[in-house]
Design a protein around this ligand. Structure first.
Ligand code: DX5
Ligand code: ZN
Length: 221
């Protein structure tokens, strides 16, 4: 089965003072826009509160993929679906009740994602697989853009792909994805690629999105 490849630029390192313009540079060629929500508790960094995020989500011309790096995730995740995110990802390490929060996200109309940090193993979460629309394997420690891709996460990506089997579950990687690393991640079985600095530091972000997708497709089975 040929996997569909999706590219979702992260606006974390884009020019936040001119966000609408930054998003418009990639909206035409991207599958989703990746919105990193950090609370300075689950990760040592802060991005947007819910009100600020809602403004971005409502004005975004394409689907939003919210990545919630927040401690209070069971309470807040369904609200991100309600304000229009196409996909909402929670972290397994933060959630108190993973299944019911994933179900609440879906009930509110979004795809439900389950993310894990580099030190967390995927095998612990096989029992919730029926509530998952997307697994997110972090390829950096969550918190900051521009970090180095962790090649050692590729065995986890491979194992997750094997666990997914024929289920229509997306497999996302996030952190350090670039022209140097995307082929390796695609070969390992990822099909949704977050790219922040690689896209927004490029001379032409839209050209970079297409180049990343083409490279990922060229090695995908
Ligand atoms: C890191 C965030 C990522 C980050 C990716 O915690 O979840 O989405 O923005 O940025 P790059 O692609 O620069 O590693
Ligand atoms: Zn992210």
């Amino acid at each position: 089965m040929r996997r569909e490849i999706r590219i979702t630029p992260s606006i974390l390192n884009a020019d936040l003072s001119n966000l609408e313009n930054e998003i418009s540079r990639v909206a035409g060629v991207s599958d989703l826009i990746h919105l990193d929500i950090m609370d300075n508790i689950f990760v040592p960094n802060f991005t947007f509160d819910f009100e600020q995020a809602t403004t971005i989500i409502k004005s975004c011309p394409i689907d939003v993929d919210a990545h919630l790096m927040v401690a209070d995730v069971d309470r807040i995740a369904p609200a991100y679906a309600e304000v229009g995110c196409a996909s909402v990802t929670i972290h397994a390490e933060a959630a108190q009740n993973i299944s019911s929060t994933l179900r609440a996200i879906k009930k509110s109309g979004a795809r439900a994602g389950l993310g894990i940090k580099p030190a967390t193993s995927i095998e612990e979460y096989i029992d919730v697989i029926n509530d998952v629309d997307m697994f997110l394997i972090m390829t950096v420690e969550p918190g900051f853009g521009g970090q180095k891709f962790m090649h050692e996460m590729m065995s986890k990506v491979r194992r997750t792909r094997a666990i997914i089997g024929d289920r229509p579950i997306w497999l996302q990687v996030d952190g350090g994805v670039s022209m140097e690393t995307i082929a390796e991640a695609s070969e390992a079985g990822a099909d949704v690629f977050v790219a922040g600095s690689a896209v927004f530091n490029a001379q032409d972000p839209a050209v970079m999105v297409n180049a990343l997708r083409d490279l990922a497709i060229s090695v995908a089975d």
